[in-house]
Each structure stands twice: as structure tokens, then as C-alpha cells.
Design a binder for this molecule. Structure first.
Ligand SMILES: Cc1cc2nc3c(=O)[nH]c(=O)nc-3n(C[C@H](O)[C@H](O)[C@H](O)COP(=O)(O)O)c2cc1C
Length: 657
């Protein structure tokens, strides 16, 4: 990629950020101030706090952070926040979690807090250790009348909501609003938020979560956060640190490695503006590296929390980013890149021998159906009308259909550069010189250049009866970026998928799956039961036993993004349940027999001491001679994290097979 291409790509992302989650134009509303520094250090944190002009020294201050699940080391480190917390003589405050793990029970939570080094910098108060209290949600709340928070919250008269901004499995992202809502809620309060008021009973939470529309959950978080914001009033400051930006939250004991670079520290008196600025900075960062996080945020409707929070009136998405670094703040930089994006490329810069077909004239007649500039060179208008079409980098045509009663459609022959072709509902196909595309009649599709390359193809109009073209909506930036980045991701993979089910909070099978996938560069997919098993071990055992004994299926959720045609080898991971496959794994294998036909399948399992038991046999029985079943392997669950070498050896050997 040359510099110009890099700028273009960055600009593309910047524009996307602007388009998707644009701060409202200045002048329409009062802008909240958000301070920014690149300096992720104790000094940077202090600088961000001081900029807010709301001193809390001398007050009884609570600093609300996430202390991080055991096994996670992405949380805000005591070495980073210690000097700041000490300067305020504040208490660190937290609440117990609602999921089984190292912080669900106060005793375990205290151990994790000690292990993570927080006792060394402050007194740590678990706000819901003894009691909870009820705070009214803002007027206009659609789901929650009140929020149940750890009672100790009300002991303080100064608050620092100190957030680690990163992705979140359920909320899409976690920043200030997540810390205020789920973070301050008691266990019952968390159940209430997660289920949009369906239950306060933790035992029923997981089943009710299944019934709760994602949008309602996101809105409930905004409502609960509003309850806490309104309670704290002008006694609170909000600070977010954008470092270790994994797609997974600090509540995950085995988070994905961060792909994005660290960004900086942001501070505001408006938590909505603060989260909005963080989200925008994700969208303005390297589009390849932020792709997974953006995908997660969008899939979980994460940014919708900002719309709802603003509608509830306790903050605004309209903000002004103010740099504390004696240079331009990132938002200004994004605007400059945006200007760069508006520049067109000059085809005269293309090398002479770039293509045997001339670029031709600007395609003005059809400009309204293209994003970016394209050029047309008529080759022949007789017999089979044929044109050379040249696209500048990132230029693409709108979705369109070549209608025909019989025959019809179009053939593309790529003559230079790199581009993409995508049919509606399918992944995009990357194109290079010499590729041909047969576009069937009556099929909605688009084609165009790669983000960083000129592209040229010949378009042949296939004769037919009743030929006509229908131009449809433009291929918006997010569709285009998704199509082009997804394709690139796939290219580096080598046709191996790892599909697994894992139930316990330790995630033994998940760990094995991740290790295998990493070793062989495979895509990884999780099987999830439509109705999750109880999170209580004994109840889960009771639920699973008749299913396992009867070799019954347990309905599973569709696995997003799993396209069997991309893989020739599929590793399938299961915990050992009652000596056989966990029922969701059986369901996956039995339901996808046709898709897995002719492929290699390989079982790996983790167990609690029983070893392979009947899993290998039952697995092979399902596939019969439909697939090539490779030799399975069992790993001891409790020591799976010490078995990395063995897992890698297994993965590499089976992949070579
Ligand atoms: C319902 C249930 C049944 C189990 N049955 C067995 C068993 O028959 N044999 C065995 O060795 N382990 C058994 N275990 C233990 C799990 O196989 C083991 O802890 C595994 O590593 C958990 O994987 P996970 O963390 O991915 O869920 C069982 C666990 C559960 C929850």
C-alpha cells in the first residue's frame, strides 16, 4: 500500500465513523467537552482529570473500576491508576458479578482483587457485599422503573467513573455507560438489566436473557446508567482509558488478544459524550485492526446505548474533542483525512502498461450510480456490446440487477488491478487480472475496486430477452469495508475451522479450541445452546444426563459466519459429558452432516478425569463414511492450560494429515 492508499483507507474509516455515529454538527446543540491525551500513564490520567475542573479532593471519593476476572490482564493496572486514586484518598468500589467466576462471591472476589494488586493502592469496597439500594431510572425509561445498585454507593459524595474502554461479549463495547449500569448494579440489579426487567432472580437470568431482545438489553443498560448518573449529579467525573482494546471485556477470564493499537485517555463530565468519542475513535483507527471490534459493536447493537442515553436526557452524543497534548485532537485529524478522501485520483498516474485497454472517458452518464469515479471505454457496441470499465481506488457501483426474461446477465473479465464482486447475501469475491465473473440475470450485485487499488474489467452484456438494468441503493461504507476486509481475513486462513462448545466458567474446551485455531491459523466458531444449561453444576448435570444417555440433541443457535464451503478440515471440540459428546455438539454434527460431507473432521475433547470414554466412538458413529474422521484426542480439562504444547502438536499433525 502506498502512502496515498493508506491515507485513503484511513480516510475511508474516518468518513465511516462520521457517517455511522456522527457527532451532531456544531451549532445544533450544546457540545459536551471531551478531553483527550495520547499519554497513557499516571501523569496522563492526572492531566485528564485536572482538565475537567471538577476537583473531588477533600470529598469522600469512590473510584468505580472493573477489577478484572482472574486470568484477564487487560484491566486498568494499579500501577497506572494508583497515584491518581491515592491523590484523591479514594476507595476503589466494585460489585460482584452475575456470572459464575472468580468475582461472583465476595470471598472469591476479594482474592481476585488482592491478586490483581488493588489492595496495595486503596481500600476496596464491594458495594453490594451487604445490601443493595434502589435508584429511580430517568423519566421516559422504556424498560426499568428503577435500578438496583450496591448500597455502599450512597456512602460517597464524590465519584470517579474510571473505565477501561474495550469490547464486550454481550454489550458490544464497555465504557462509561457499562461501568455505570452493569458495573454498579447488585446481582439482582444485573439480572434486571440483562433481562430488561423480566427477572431479578439470578437463577432465572440466563434463561430469561434468551427471551430478551438485544435492543431491550442495550436500552436497559442506558436506563440503569441514567439512574446512577442522576443520583451522582455534579459530584462525578468520567474518565476512560483506551488501552488493551480487546473485543472481549475484562470480565472474560480468557479475552481475545487486542488487535487495535492503544488510543489514549479521555475525560468528560458527560458519560454519553465520553462513550461516543471512544466509539468514534475506534471507527477512526486502522480499519483492518479495528474490524473485529467494530463488527462486535455492531452485531450487539452497542452504539444504540448512546442514542437511548441521549433520549433519556442525561448526556449528549454531540461533543468537542480537546487535545491536552499541545497538538491537534484526533477529531480534527479525522476531518483532514476526510478532505483527503474527497480528492479524486488521476488516471494519468497509472503506469503505461497497466492494462492493454485504455481507461477511456469519465463515466459521467452513470456517475449517479457509482461511489467514486469510474471511466468507460467502449470496445464494441455490435453483437455482444462490451465496455472497459475502470474504477479508481474504493470506487464501486451501486447494487444493481440485470433483468432478463431469458438469457441476459453480464460477464466481467478482469484486465487490471484488484477489485471485488458481491452478490446480495453472499460474501464478496476478490478479483484480480484474468478472473472472470458470470453474473446471472436477475441477481442483485455490485462490483468495484479494492480500497487501495485501481481496478479494470471488461463488461460483456449477455444477449437475452427483455434485458433491462435496475439501479438500486449505493454500497454504503460499512458494507464495502465489511466485504473487503472479510475477504482479506479469509485469504490468510487455510481452509480449517475450529467449532467448539464449552460450558464451564473455566472454558476448558474453549481454551483448547483457541489454542488449536491459533496454531493452524483456523477460523473459530462457538456452538451455543438455544436454551442454555443451568450455570449451576449440579443442575446442569441433571439436565444433561437424560439427553446424553439418550443421545438426544439440544437445539443450538445458528452459527454466524460459518460457511462450510471455505473449509476442508473441521476440528470439533466438546467437553466430555456423561462419557459422551455434549448434546449441543451432537446437534451440530448431526444437523450439518450434509455440509460436512466429504470433509475431514477431527474431534478434540476435554474431560474431568474420565479420558476419551465413548466420545471418539460416538463421534465416528455420527459421521459413518460421510466424512473422513481423523483420530480424536482427549485433554484433561483441569490441566488444559498446561497442555499447550500437546494441543499444538495435535493441531499441527491433524492439519498435515
Ligand atoms: C454435565 C457434565 C457432565 C460431565 N461428565 C463428565 C464425564 O462423564 N467424564 C468426565 O471425565 N468429565 C465430565 N465432566 C467434566 C467436564 O468434561 C470437564 O470439566 C470439561 O473440561 C469441561 O469443559 P468446559 O470448561 O469447556 O465446559 C462433566 C461436566 C459436566 C458439566
Amino acid at each position: 500500500m502506498n502512502l496515498r492508499s493508506v491515507l485513503l483507507f484511513a480516510a475511508c474509516a474516518a468518513l465511516m465513523a462520521a457517517n455511522l455515529y456522527a457527532a451532531e454538527p456544531a451549532g445544533t446543540k450544546k457540545l459536551s467537552e471531551v478531553y483527550f491525551t495520547h499519554d497513557i500513564s499516571p501523569e496522563g490520567l492526572m492531566k485528564a482529570y485536572k482538565a475537567l475542573g471538577r476537583p473531588l479532593e477533600g470529598k469522600n471519593v469512590a473510584v468505580k473500576i472493573s477489577t478484572g476476572e482472574a486470568g484477564n490482564n487487560h484491566y486498568l493496572q494499579p500501577s497506572l491508576i494508583g497515584p491518581f486514586v491515592k491523590s484523591l484518598k479514594g476507595d476503589i468500589v466494585e460489585c460482584n458479578t452475575a456470572y459464575a467466576g472468580s468475582r461472583m462471591k465476595t470471598k472469591d472476589h476479594r482474592e481476585t482483587i488482592e491478586d490483581h494488586g488493588f489492595n496495595a493502592i486503596a481500600k476496596v469496597v464491594i458495594m453490594d457485599e451487604f445490601a443493595e439500594t434502589e435508584l429511580p431510572t430517568p423519566k421516559g425509561s422504556a424498560h426499568l422503573k428503577s435500578d438496583l445498585v450496591g448500597a455502599a454507593l450512597t456512602n460517597y459524595d464524590g465519584f470517579v467513573i474510571l473505565n477501561h474502554f474495550k469490547g464486550h461479549q454481550m454489550g458490544g463495547f464497555g465504557g462509561a455507560l457499562k461501568n455505570l449500569s452493569i458495573g454498579c448494579a447488585s446481582s439482582r440489579g444485573k439480572s434486571r438489566i440483562h433481562t430488561a426487567n423480566r427477572t431479578d432472580d439470578l437463577d432465572k437470568m440466563w434463561s430469561k436473557i434468551g427471551e430478551t431482545p438485544q435492543k431491550d438489553f442495550i436500552e436497559s443498560m442506558a436506563e440503569a446508567a441514567g439512574a446512577v448518573v442522576n443520583f451522582m449529579g455534579d459530584k462525578a467525573v468520567y474518565i476512560s482509558v483506551m488501552n488493551n482494546i480487546s473485543i472481549d471485556c475484562d470480565c472474560n477470564g480468557h479475552p481475545a488478544k487486542p488487535e487495535m493499537a492503544d488510543v489514549g485517555i479521555l475525560a468528560s463530565l458527560d458519560p454519553v459524550a465520553l462513550d461516543k468519542a471512544c466509539v468514534d475513535l475506534v471507527y477512526a483507527s486502522d480499519p483492518q485492526k479495528s474490524a473485529s471490534l467494530r463488527a462486535r459493536m455492531e452485531k450487539q447493537l452497542g452504539p444504540h446505548i448512546l442514542d437511548h442515553a441521549e433520549a433519556l436526557g442525561y448526556g449528549t452524543r454531540s461533543y468537542k474533542l480537546i487535545s491536552l497534548d499541545n497538538n491537534e485532537p484526533p477529531s480534527t485529524k479525522r476531518m483532514e483525512l476526510g478532505e483527503e478522501m474527497k480528492k479524486t485520483y488521476d488516471p494519468a498516474e497509472l503506469p503505461e502498461n497497466w492494462s492493454p485497454i485504455p481507461v477511456g472517458e469519465p463515466n459521467d452518464a452513470y456517475a449517479e450510480y457509482f461511489i467514486g469515479k469510474s471511466y468507460l471505454y467502449p470496445l464494441t457496441t455490435e453483437q455482444v456490446p462490451s465496455f472497459g470499465v475502470t474504477f479508481e481506488p474504493s470506487c464501486r457501483n451501486n447494487w444493481h440487477i440485470h433483468h432478463a426474461k431469458t438469457g441476459g446477465g453480464q460477464i466481467l473479465i478482469v484486465t487490471a488491478g484488484e477489485g471485488y464482486y458481491q452478490e446480495w447475501g453472499k460474501p464478496a469475491r476478490k478479483l484480480a487480472k484474468g478472473d472472470t465473473v458470470n453474473i446471472p440475470a436477475n441477481t442483485k450485485h455490485w462490483h468495484g475496486a479494492a480500497p487501495d487499488s485501481w481496478f479494470q474489467h471488461i463488461a460483456l452484456e449477455v444477449p437475452g430477452e427483455g434485458n433491462s438494468n435496475e439501479w438500486l441503493e449505493p454500497v454504503d461504507d460499512s458494507t464495502y469495508l465489511k466485504a473487503t476486509t472479510e475477504n482479506e481475513e479469509k485469504e490468510v486462513k487455510n481452509g480449517i475451522a475450529v467449532v467448539y462448545y464449552s460450558w464451564s466458567p473455566d472454558g476448558n474446551t474453549r481454551f483448547a479450541a483457541e489454542t488449536i485455531a491459533k496454531k493452524v491459523g483456523a477460523d473459530i466458531f462457538e456452538i451455543k445452546a438455544e436454551k442454555p444449561y443451568s450455570s449451576d453444576f449440579r443442575t446442569c448435570c441433571d439436565e444433561a444426563q437424560p439427553e446424553c444417555r439418550g443421545k438426544k440433541q439440544r437445539a443450538i443457535l445458528p452459527i454466524e459466519g460459518l460457511k462450510f464451503e471455505n473449509y476442508s478440515l473441521v476440528f470439533i471440540g466438546s467437553p466430555n459429558w456423561w462419557g459422551t459428546l455434549a448434546p449441543p455438539v451432537r446437534t451440530f454434527a448431526e444437523k450439518n452432516l450434509e455440509e460436512l460431507k466429504g470433509k475431514k473432521v477431527c474431534l478434540f475433547q476435554t474431560h474431568g478425569g474420565g479420558g476419551m470414554q465413548n466420545l471418539g466412538r460416538d463421534f465416528a458413529e455420527i459421521f459413518g463414511d460421510k466424512a473422513t474422521v481423523l483420530t480424536p484426542k482427549a485433554f484433561t480439562g483441569s490441566s488444559v492450560r498446561q497442555s499447550v504444547e500437546e494441543l499444538e502438536k495435535f493441531a499441527a499433525e491433524r492439519a498435515e494429515n
